[in-house]
Each structure stands twice: as C-alpha cells, then as structure tokens.
Design a protein around this ligand. Structure first.
Ligand SMILES: [Zn+2]
Length: 83
C-alpha cells in the first residue's frame, strides 16, 4: 500500500501523467482513502499549472504564498491526525 510520504515523492509525476499504470492506480486508490493527499495533490497541481503558465490565473507572490501555506497546512494536519 502506498504511504503518504511515497505519494508526496511521486505526486508531480502523477500530475504530469508520467507514472506507470501500476503506480497511477496506487496513487488513485490512495487518493480515494486519504483526504489530506487529495488536498495536497490539488494544491500541487494548481501551483504546477501556475508555474508552467497553463492556467489563466495570474501568478503573483501573494497567491503563490497562499498555495505554499495550504500545502504546509495539509502536511501539518496529516501529522496531527493521531489525536
Ligand atoms: Zn495520504
């Protein structure tokens, strides 16, 4: 079973469609079960699109900083989940 840290490592390849079929299925299964990683992938996809100019959004520093905060919060929330 794919772990959150494994998913974080291959997330950008997943978004780019560069993973093999088995890895892609593993990521999709993990995302079905793990809301934190869904949030993480969503934020990462947005920031990748912005960096590559595929989005209609304007990249400004404020927006980029908000995305960084969202990613950090998603990772922190995941660590705090044991409570
Ligand atoms: Zn996860």
């Amino acid at each position: 079973m794919l772990m959150c840290r494994d998913l974080a490592r291959i997330a950008s390849d997943y978004i780019d469609g560069e993973l093999g079929p088995m890895d892609t299925v593993s990521v999709k299964l993990h995302l079905l079960m793990c809301g934190h990683c869904r949030t993480f992938i969503g934020s990462l996809r947005t920031s990748l699109e912005l960096m590559r100019g595929h989005s209609s959004h304007q990249l400004d520093e404020d927006f980029a900083r908000r995305i960084d905060e969202q990613i950090s919060q998603a990772l922190i929330a995941r660590d705090d989940e044991q409570d």
